[in-house]
Structure formats: structure tokens, C-alpha cells
Write a protein that binds this ligand. Structure first.
Ligand code: CMC
Length: 432
């Protein structure tokens, strides 16, 4: 296989090194191109740009493959749980029994949100968007734990284990507190003895004198949901985390930026849009046929939400797992949700339609995740918060890769300037 590519420009040749990943992914290294030739590479939206080398997640969008640290997502979904997968993603290996216990203990010890931090909640209106609250409260962790947020890689890496455990554990507590704050309910504090997902459900749904006890089906469904969101290569929010981290920003600040990126409807907010779409189809008495026709008009306002993906040009492997799980979970819980029927019909219709087939638009993870969350009693406005809790291990692992890379540099893309050329300043009185 070639080790160098050659670019010919104005009769001059520029050798460009070729990089090969461990799964055979090929890249042309253009880092020196501008210095040598004056040209930059143009790739709006970075769709064909490798911004980093990473050992966390392998994704082959053409063949619907997703692996974390080498382990197929299908195997992790079947055999692992969220906490174990979190450890794997952050530390690179599945934990042995002692390490799993130690990690679980660290998460339990760092679940609570201190009184001073609780006061931040009170500053938000009662109809605040949960993701706006989440990003602000996570950003405030840098102020509450300055010893873990030095904005100095060497110091922050020395405290990484504690900061990472705090991040994973507290974002879940903060999520449950946001839910309760927006409903005017008193906070329920974490219980040391409960496993991760059961503890989250306890903090969400317990009443002052009546503990909510999650059934094994519900706990398993939440574990699966979080696990399937745990990392997804260089998506919009993860790239944001890496970009912020590259300026030597601490873990909490970088992750807060990732949460902001996740809130948009084309990224993490898509699960909310899917439910709104299914609900409006249901309310209008459509079986999906009219909506599919409108979605084919090409307008961004009419997209079939939960369909299509920036990198998968085949089935999103997470969607296969979650679609099957949605049917099973609803059956086990005895829930009959008309929105699941609409989703199934939409999927079947779209998968036969040339518009979707020719553009390689298949269901993504968000198409069915909302239906599971609804069955668990999680309201729609909390869906993206759940996605954020699930994505936290991926953000942490990516932050760490940036922080630990001795050859790293600040992320600073270039642009093609298309604005006005140099012109003379016009004084205020002379402007038209
Ligand atoms: N419904 C109808 N048409 C669509 C859709 C859709 N959901 N997605 C893409 N298209 C069409 C688009 O109009 C375009 O058609 P044409 O070639 O005729 O102009 C073609 O497909 C290619 O679209 P694109 O915008 O170039 O695709 P993209 O790869 O840039 O966008 C996407 C990917 C995920 C933003 C887009 O598919 C979309 O908006 N999907 C709905 C939102 C959604 O479900 N997002 C969640 C993504 S998964 C969660 C995550 O990992 O963040």
C-alpha cells in the first residue's frame, strides 16, 4: 500500500504522507500543505476531515459497525451494563472484579450535589429548558471543585480519576434534580447502596415517604439506553469537547460545552423532535403516509426526524438494538403505546421508499429511544438530558486523549474568506 500521496499544483509536486489506522482507515496527512504550497484543505462541516487520532471508538458508517475499544456494540449491549462500559470507554479495558468494585464505590461516593451547588438551581425559571440548566450547572462544577479544574493538563490529569467519577456520577444526580426542580418537587438524595441506574430512577421518581423501586426490566432498559449513547466517535458534541479541551480547559468546562452542542435538534435534541413528530402524526390522525410525503419535499422543517445520519450510510447498529428493545420493553411493562405503532409503520414505509433508500437514510438511535424513555416515565423535555448522561463517558475519554497528548496543539481550523475586500472607512455622517 502506498505510503505517500502526491498532489500536483501548477506543475509542482507535493508529497503528502499517508496515515493508516488500526482498522485500515486511510488518511492523507495535509498538515504541512499550507506551509509548503500556500493551499489549505476546504471541507465545510469537517465531513471528510480527521481531526485527531483516537483509540476510543471505531465506526464504519458504510457497513454499520460500531466498536468501543475494540468491543462490538452488540456484545456490550448484550453482556455489559452502563457502568462497566463507562469504565471501558474511559480507561481502555474492561475492569476486573476489583477495579469494577473500586470504580463503583468512587461513583457512589461522589453522587451527591452539595448544598451550595443546589442553590444554583433556584436561579432558574420554573420553565427553563433542561439542557440550558444542565450545561450551566455542569460548568459551575469548575467553580465548586477548583482543585480538579486547574486548566493545566498536568495538574488536571493528576486528579483525573476523581474528576471523571464526579462527572459521571453527578451529572446523573443533576439530571434528576432538574427534573424535580422543574416540577416543584423536593429533591431526593442518592442512596449509597443502589446501583447506578436504580439510583437515578430513585432520585427521579421517589416520593418523600415512598421510595421508588425500579423493576429489573426498567433498570435494564435504562442501562441499555445509556450504554448505547456512551460514545460515538467525533460527533458534534465530542468534537466540541475536544476543541474546548485543546485550549487546556478543564474537564468540567469542556463537557459543559459538549452539552451545549448536544442540545441542538440535529444532534441530541433529535430524540425530542422524534416524539413531537410522532405525537403530531398521531394527533392529526395520519398513519404516517402524509408525513412521509412532506418529508420527501426536501425542506429541513419537514425532515423525518430520527432518520439519516452524518456518518452511517447503512443502518445505525444502535437503532437495530434499540428498535428491538423498544418492542420488548413495552411488552414486558405491559405498555401499549400508539406512538410505537406509528414509528414502526413510518420505518416500514420509509424503508420501501426510493427517496430514503437512494439517499441511504435509515433510522438512527433517536428513532426509538424516546419510546423507551416514555415507557420508563421520563418526560420528553428530559430526553436530551438522558442522552447527555449517557454520552458523558465518551466526552471524558476524549478530553483525556487531548489532555494526555504531548504533541497536541490548540484546535484552530482555517477558512476561505468570502467577505468584502479591503475598503476605506466611511465616517458616520457620510454613510448612506
Ligand atoms: N428526512 C428527509 N430527508 C432527509 C433527512 C430526513 N431525516 N435527512 C437527510 N435528508 C435528505 C436531505 O434533504 C438531502 O436531500 P437532497 O440530496 O435531495 O438535498 C439528503 O438527504 C442528504 O442530506 P444531508 O443534510 O446532506 O445529510 P447530512 O448527512 O448532512 O445530515 C442529519 C445528517 C442527521 C443531520 C440528517 O439526516 C437529519 O437532519 N436527520 C434528522 C435529524 C436526526 O434524526 N438527527 C439525529 C442524528 S443521530 C444522533 C446523533 O448521533 O447525534
Amino acid at each position: 500500500m502506498a505510503t505517500t500521496a502526491t498532489l500536483k499544483l501548477d506543475d509542482k509536486e507535493y508529497p503528502l504522507p499517508i496515515l493508516i489506522g488500526t482498522e485500515g482507515e486511510k488518511a492523507i496527512d495535509t498538515r504541512k500543505l499550507r506551509a509548503d504550497s500556500g493551499y489549505i484543505c476546504y471541507d465545510q462541516g469537517y465531513g471528510n476531515t480527521g481531526s485527531c487520532e483516537s483509540a476510543i471508538t471505531y465506526l464504519d458508517g458504510d457497513n454499520g459497525v460500531l466498536r468501543h475499544r475494540g468491543y462490538p456494540i452488540e456484545d456490550l449491549a448484550q453482556h455489559s451494563d452502563f457502568v462497566e462500559t463507562t469504565y471501558l470507554i474511559i480507561y481502555g479495558e474492561l475492569p476486573n472484579a476489583a477495579k469494577r468494585k473500586e470504580f463503583g464505590l468512587l461513583l457512589r461516593q461522589n453522587a451527591a450535589v452539595e448544598t451550595q451547588m443546589q442553590r444554583i438551581f433556584e436561579g432558574f425559571p420554573k420553565d427553563a429548558p433542561p439542557m440550558a440548566m444542565l450545561s450551566s450547572i455542569v460548568a459551575s462544577m469548575a467553580a465548586h471543585y477548583p482543585q480538579l479544574a486547574a486548566n493545566n493538563f498536568e495538574k488536571d490529569l493528576a486528579n483525573f480519576d476523581l474528576a471523571a467519577a464526579m462527572m459521571v456520577s453527578k451529572i446523573r444526580t443533576i439530571g434528576a434534580m432538574i427534573y424535580r426542580y422543574l416540577r416543584g418537587l423536593p429533591y431526593i438524595f442518592p442512596k449509597q447502596e443502589l446501583p447506578f441506574c436504580e439510583n437515578f430512577l430513585h432520585m427521579m421518581f421517589s416520593e418523600p415517604y415512598k421510595d421508588y423501586v425500579a423493576s429489573p426490566e426498567i433498570a435494564r432498559a435504562l442501562n441499555l439506553l445509556l450504554l448505547l449513547h456512551a460514545d460515538h466517535e467525533q460527533n458534534c458534541s465530542t468534537s466540541t469537547v475536544r476543541m474546548v479541551a485543546s485550549s487546556s480547559a478543564n474537564l468540567f468546562t469542556s463537557i459543559s460545552a459538549g452539552i451545549c452542542a448536544l442540545s441542538g435538534p440535529l444532534h441530541g435534541g433529535a430524540n425530542v423532535s422524534v416524539m413531537q413528530m410522532l405525537q403530531s402524526i398521531h394527533d392529526e390522525g395520519d398513519d404516517g403516509t402524509r408525513f412521509i410525503e412532506a418529508a420527501k419535499s426536501g425542506g429541513k422543517g419537514h425532515r423525518l426526524m430520527g432518520f439519516g445520519h452524518a456518518v452511517y450510510r447503512n443502518f445505525d447498529p444502535r437503532a437495530k438494538i434499540i428498535g428491538k428493545a423498544a418492542t420488548e420493553v413495552l411488552k414486558k411493562l405491559g405498555v401499549n403505546d400508539p406512538l410505537l405503532d406509528i414509528a414502526t409503520k413510518l420505518e416500514q414505509a420509509a424503508l420501501k421508499d426510493d427517496y430514503f433508500l437512494s439517499r441511504k437514510l435509515y433510522p438512527n438511535v433517536d428513532f426509538y429511544s424516546g419510546i423507551i424513555m416514555r415507557a420508563l416515565g421520563i418526560p420528553t423535555n428530559m430526553f436530551t438530558v438522558i442522552f447527555a448522561i449517557g454520552r458523558t463517558p465518551g466526552w471524558i475519554a476524549n478530553w483525556r486523549e487531548v489532555a494526555a497528548n504531548p504533541k497536541g496543539r490548540i484546535y484552530r481550523p482555517r477558512q476561505i474568506y468570502v467577505g468584502p475586500v479591503k475598503r476605506d472607512y466611511v465616517p458616520l455622517g457620510q454613510r448612506s
